[in-house]
Design a protein around this ligand. Structure first.
Ligand code: UDP
Ligand code: MG
Length: 313
C-alpha cells in the first residue's frame, strides 16, 4: 500500500495556474516511489474560470478533488477547510501561484520520513517582493518572533508538510481570525526546516494588498502575543515609581524640611509631578483590567489545554 499524501491548495482566481501546478506536482510524484497523492483544491469563492478548470481536470481523470467555499473567506479559512477535509497520512499546504515550488515536495517528505511531524518551507528570497514590502514583512516576522509565545524561524512560510497527528490536533482549534502558520507553530511537535527560493507568481497578481496584510498581521500579533495587551501595565509601573519617588522627595525636601538643598521646585513643577503620578496610576489600573481581559480572551479562544505528542504503552 502506498503512503497517501494530500496536497491542499487554496485557490482564489487562479485559473491560469492550477493546471500547471497539478502538472508539476504530478511530475514530482511520478519520480517518487511508494507514495500516492491527491490534490485538494479549496476554491475560495473564485470569480474566474478556476472552478471549471479544476472540474475539467477531475473529469479527465486527474487525482484532484475540490471543495468550493460559498464566498471568498480568505486564505487562512481556505487552508483550514482544506486541512479539515484532507485524508492523507501527511498533508502538504501549498500556494496555487507556483511561488511554492512543487520540486521541494520530496525534501519535505524525506524530513517527514526521518521523523519530523511538521516540515516547514523556509523562503530564502522572494522575487515578487519590492523593497518596501520586504522591509515590512521582515519587520513583521521579527516582531512576531520577539513578541509571540511560540518560537518561529525567520522566513518560515505556509509551505509545509503536516503529519496526520498534527492535522488532527489542528482540527481542534475553534478560533476565528486565525493565522494558520501561527497555530501550527503553537502546536509544537517535532519540526524540521527545508529552505527554498520562492519563484515568481506564475500568472495573476498577489491578492494580499497592504491593507489586508496589516490587518492580518495585527490580528496575528494579538492572537499570538500578550505584549500589546500588557503595554499599559508595562508603561504604568515605571512611570508611577518614577513620579512617586520624585513627589516623595519634593514633599520631604521642600515642604517638610524647608528646602535645605535649595532645589526650589516651582508650583507648576509640583503639579507636573502629580499629574505624571496620577497618569501612572491610571495606566496601572488599565493594565490590571487587561489581565482580566487576557483571561477572558484565553477562555473564549479556547485552545486545547495540552497537546499529546505520542502515547506510549
Ligand atoms: N488565496 C485564497 N484566498 C484569498 C487570497 C488568496 O485562497 O482571499 C490563495 C491564492 O489563490 C494563493 C495563496 O492564497 O494560492 C496565496 O495568495 P497570494 O499569492 O495572493 O499571496 P502572497 O503570495 O502574496 O502571499
Ligand atoms: Mg503568491
Amino acid at each position: 500500500m502506498d503512503t497517501r499524501i494530500t496536497v491542499v491548495v487554496p485557490v482564489f482566481n487562479e485559473a491560469g495556474n492550477v493546471e500547471m501546478l497539478y502538472g508539476r506536482i504530478g511530475e514530482v510524484f511520478a519520480n517518487l516511489t511508494g507514495y500516492d497523492y491527491q490534490v485538494l483544491f479549496v476554491d475560495d469563492g473564485s470569480t474566474d474560470e478556476s472552478r471549471s478548470v479544476i472540474k475539467a481536470m477531475a473529469d479527465a481523470g486527474a487525482q484532484v478533488s475540490c471543495i468550493e467555499l460559498s464566498r471568498n473567506f480568505g486564505k487562512e479559512a481556505a487552508l483550514s477547510a482544506g486541512i479539515a477535509n484532507a485524508d492523507g497520512e501527511a498533508v502538504v499546504l501549498m500556494d496555487a501561484d507556483l511561488q511554492h515550488p512543487p520540486a521541494l515536495i520530496p525534501a519535505l517528505i524525506q524530513e517527514w520520513e526521518k521523523g519530523a511531524d511538521v516540515v516547514i518551507g523556509v523562503r530564502k528570497r522572494n522575487p515578487d517582493e519590492g523593497a518596501f514590502r520586504k522591509l515590512s514583512s521582515r519587520t513583521f516576522s521579527y516582531l512576531m518572533r520577539v513578541m509571540s509565545d511560540v518560537p518561529s524561524v525567520s522566513g518560515a512560510t505556509d509551505y509545509r508538510l503536516l503529519d496526520r497527528r498534527v492535522v488532527d490536533e489542528f482540527k481542534r482549534f475553534t478560533e476565528h481570525g486565525r493565522m494558520t502558520r501561527g497555530l501550527i507553530d503553537w502546536l509544537g511537535f517535532h519540526r524540521a526546516y527545508v529552505s527554498f527560493d520562492a519563484d515568481k507568481r506564475h500568472t495573476g497578481t498577489a491578492r494580499y494588498g497592504y491593507r489586508k496584510l496589516i490587518a492580518l498581521g495585527f490580528s496575528a500579533l494579538v492572537s499570538h502575543s500578550k505584549i500589546p495587551l500588557r503595554v499599559a501595565a508595562y508603561l504604568g509601573i515605571p512611570i508611577t515609581i518614577f513620579a512617586g519617588s520624585l513627589g516623595l522627595f519634593i514633599i520631604i525636601e521642600q515642604l517638610l524640611l524647608g528646602d535645605p538643598l535649595a532645589v526650589d521646585v516651582s508650583p507648576i513643577g509640583m503639579i507636573a509631578v502629580m499629574i505624571l503620578f496620577l497618569n501612572g496610576l491610571v495606566l496601572i489600573c488599565l493594565g490590571l483590567t487587561s489581565f482580566y481581559i487576557e483571561k477572558i480572551h484565553q477562555d473564549t479562544v479556547n485552545r486545547p489545554l495540552f497537546v499529546v505528542k505520542r502515547e506510549r504503552a
